[in-house]
Design a protein. Structure first.
Length: 372
């Protein structure tokens, strides 16, 4: 009987993409995805964690703790903790959770292969498509770069995911081509700060023309229907690096979705500076103007972080005004939470939890009013 695996994923699309890679390794070792409802009888359970916010980390670690009873009932079950928390300085998973067998950082899918080698033969093909949610390289994400060099003062990502490393264009195109052969209709290019892709995001998107043609000839959908003709979108852009060249490429290329995820974080210049974001509100407005000039119907979404240390009521109101002015299609809203090891965690003017929560509530109501 084939062995079964289950992967519980927390966090962003980068984590989803990492889970696809982990699933690929497991499937090439003959494991099958058992899915969430059957995880109790899985042979291996991996928890892919996120530590961007304290709450996300706490929830993931609670889940890890909850697996203790299962391990007691079935000592043969392999339990692994992967992703950002596994790489977080000062978090010793193996010491804290005696029932965990394996710890893998965000870029360590290959370590899983090493771990499994003594237990199981691997398929000669690097990845095997399976049933269920994970389909090896048939999944919809294409990670084009890893890590981040931006060191926003509140963010733990550069410390756990490391410095930026971009995959060469040829390698990305090869993966895109394979996905198209496997039937992918649309995919998402991923990077923490994707518009600093070393080989040029605009160059990469232009180089995808032949792949889009191939996808088009295989697609049953009409080539130029609004949703059917788009092959790729990309996440997540840094407003500082959103160049005219990238915006023009998105506008020109019919197979690129007219969608931008451009995290503003704050509508106040002083807070943006303290966050080490590298742009001010005027720069951000300029990027939005350029996008809307070329693509009046582009979909623009953003992230907003409230309650950064020292944020005054007036600065918070500036954020609300900016949201009202820019008229986003979607706003993802977050409360600041201190991440040990980041510069922002050292700041003395941390706001009381209640103030942060109240501001998040106000922000949510504000956004709902605007879209109502
Ligand atoms: S750009 Fe800033 S917020 Fe985004 S991952 Fe990098 S450091 Fe974190």
């Amino acid at each position: 009987m084939p062995r079964k695996y289950f992967i519980k994923t927390y966090g962003c699309q980068m984590n989803e993409a990492d889970s696809v890679r982990l699933a690929g390794v497991l499937e090439s070792a003959g494991y099958q995805n058992i899915g969430g409802s059957g995880y109790q009888s899985a042979d291996i359970v991996l928890v892919n964690t996120c530590c961007v916010r304290r709450h996300a980390e706490d929830v993931a670690l609670q889940y890890v703790a909850s697996l203790k009873g299962l391990k007691k009932k079935n000592p043969e079950m392999i339990i692994g903790v992967c992703g950002c928390v596994a790489a977080e300085p000062g978090v010793d998973i193996l010491k804290r959770f005696q029932h965990v067998d394996l710890v893998l950082g965000p870029n360590e899918a290959e370590k899983l292969r090493e771990f499994l080698k003594p237990l199981t033969p691997f398929s000669p093909s690097p990845l095997v498509r399976g049933k269920g949610k994970y389909k090896g390289e048939g999944g919809e994400f294409v990670t084009i770069m890893r890590g981040c060099d931006n060191f926003c003062s509140y963010c733990i990502v550069p410390y756990v995911r490391g410095r930026e490393v971009s995959r060469p264009i040829d390698e990305v195109l090869e993966e895109v081509g394979r996905k198209i052969e496997q039937g992918a209709k649309r995919m998402t290019l991923l990077g923490q700060s994707i518009n600093s892709y070393k080989y040029g995001l605009a160059n990469l998107m232009r180089a995808m023309g032949p792949a889009a043609e191939r996808r088009g000839s295989q697609s049953e959908e009409p080539r130029h229907s609004v949703s059917g003709s788009e092959l790729v979108q990309f996440l997540t852009s840094h407003p500082r690096d959103m160049s005219d060249e990238i915006i023009e490429a998105v506008a020109e290329l019919p197979y690129v979705a007219k969608e931008f995820m451009l995290p503003l974080q704050s509508g106040d210049d002083e807070i943006l500076q303290k966050m080490n974001r590298g742009y001010n509100l005027d720069h951000y407005r300029g990027r939005i103007k350029k996008i809307r000039e070329l693509m009046p119907h582009a979909r623009i979404s953003t992230d907003i972080l409230v309650g950064f240390p020292g944020e005054t009521e007036e600065q918070f109101q500036n954020t609300l005004k900016a949201i009202e002015e820019i008229k986003f299609n979607e706003v993802h809203m977050f409360a600041y939470s201190s991440r040990p090891g980041t510069p922002a965690a050292q700041l003395l003017d941390q706001l009381p939890e209640k103030v942060i929560k109240d501001r998040l509530q106000q922000l949510i109501s504000h956004v709902h009013r605007l879209v109502a």
